[in-house]
Design a protein around this ligand. Structure first.
Ligand code: ADP
Ligand code: MG
Length: 333
């Protein structure tokens, strides 16, 4: 029988920080698929960075083991240079860059001088992958935050690691830059088979980038799956809250919307609510119209219950208008 070890796995790992009760990561087991993007999402303090550091070998678990291709990942106490040799990590701080040196040198410096041609070729390769060839001769100090982040990722990839770990690296980057960088990383994964594990609390980012999504709460995995599945059918209110700016109602508020439930929380995503004027009974009032470019956000109110909804027919409604609403779906928790 073939003995296929999982690519990267954590087996019942815990890391509890001394002095703090229950802070850290608690007996967590997970398996990371090769050549895919796995995203870990959770509120601040849920243990995302701690888990990532254990996977990389920057932090030793109190209990349990991390294994890469069947071999134990050694912690910082057991290894001269912390971090697994086949992995690289990028965080939001780009302090590792030499701001006085050129982009090219910041990247090439990580490769040995024994093979100058390979050094040249590999540096060229990552510059292209990260779309920064045109700034190769610029000094890092003159770069934008987004460009610096690209250089940091190029540095991480130049030695051809098998795993790239990203700990909220796009936080300081403008939204417009961010999307380009996300697309480029997806492209690199597709072309090279790189495995990416990213930590984020930005729903737009994880939903568009991840092949597999892991939801972390208080140091434990709450649920995991494909982003679409977790978005459409979250098993927990916490997950829905992380992934969308949803309406969360109690029973009596839900009753105002015509939903009768015996659960504590009734969740309605903005896109599940549609306004209409074709009904005679228009019992909701438009309180606010929020222009979002391609669509509008509307706040509607009835009997002191406010719902946020999406309207893809901009300019149709004005504040004070009366509408009827149709709710196509809701979740109960
Ligand atoms: P996240 O990345 O999801 O924000 P972290 O993994 O950084 O969460 O932290 C998880 C919990 O552990 C938090 O409550 C945090 O305050 C605590 N923590 C993190 N690092 C340390 C540390 N070095 N010493 C003590 N507590 C820590
Ligand atoms: Mg963190």
């Amino acid at each position: 029988m073939a003995n296929q070890s999982p690519f990267l796995e954590a087996q019942s790992v815990s890391k509890i920080y001394p002095g703090k009760q229950s802070a850290g990561v608690k007996t967590t087991t997970l398996s990371i698929a090769q050549g895919k993007i796995t995203a870990i999402i959770g509120e601040s303090g849920s243990g995302k960075s701690t888990l990532l550091k254990m996977l990389y070998g920057l932090l030793s678990p109190d209990e349990g083991e991390v294994k890469f291709k069947g071999d134990r990942v050694w912690g910082p106490e057991e290894k001269l240079i912390p971090g697994h040799d086949a992995m690289r990590m990028v965080t939001q701080d780009t302090d590792g860059l030499n701001v006085f040196a050129k982009v090219w040198d910041n990247i090439a410096v990580l490769l040995p001088n024994t093979d100058v041609a390979a050094k040249e070729e590999n540096t060229q390769r990552v510059l292209q992958q990260l779309n920064i060839t045109r700034i190769a001769d610029k000094q890092v100090t003159f770069l934008s935050g987004g460009e610096k982040q690209r250089v940091a990722i190029a540095r991480a990839l130049v030695t051809k690691p098998e795993v790239l770990l990203l700990d909220e690296p796009f936080n300081q980057v403008d939204t417009s830059f961010r999307e380009g960088l996300q697309q480029d990383i997806r492209q690199i994964v597709k072309e090279t088979g790189l495995t990416v594990i990213m930590v984020s609390h930005d729903p737009a980012e994880v939903l568009s980038m991840a092949d597999e999504l892991i939801v972390l709460k208080d140091g434990e995995i709450l649920e995991a799956g494909h982003p679409k599945q977790l978005y459409q059918k979250p098993q927990n209110l916490y997950t829905a809250r992380l992934l969308t700016g949803c309406n969360i109602l109690n029973q009596s508020e839900a009753a105002v919307c015509g939903i009768h439930s015996d659960k504590e929380h009734i969740v309605i995503y903005p896109e599940w609510v549609r306004p209409t004027t074709s009904w005679t009974r228009k019992d909701w009032m438009i309180k606010q119209v929020l222009f979002k470019g391609s669509h509008e956000g509307l706040l509607v109110e009835k009997n002191e219950v406010t719902l946020r909804l999406l309207n893809d027919q901009p300019d149709k409604y004005q504040e004070g208008d009366k509408v009827h609403i149709k709710i196509s779906r809701y979740l109960e928790f």
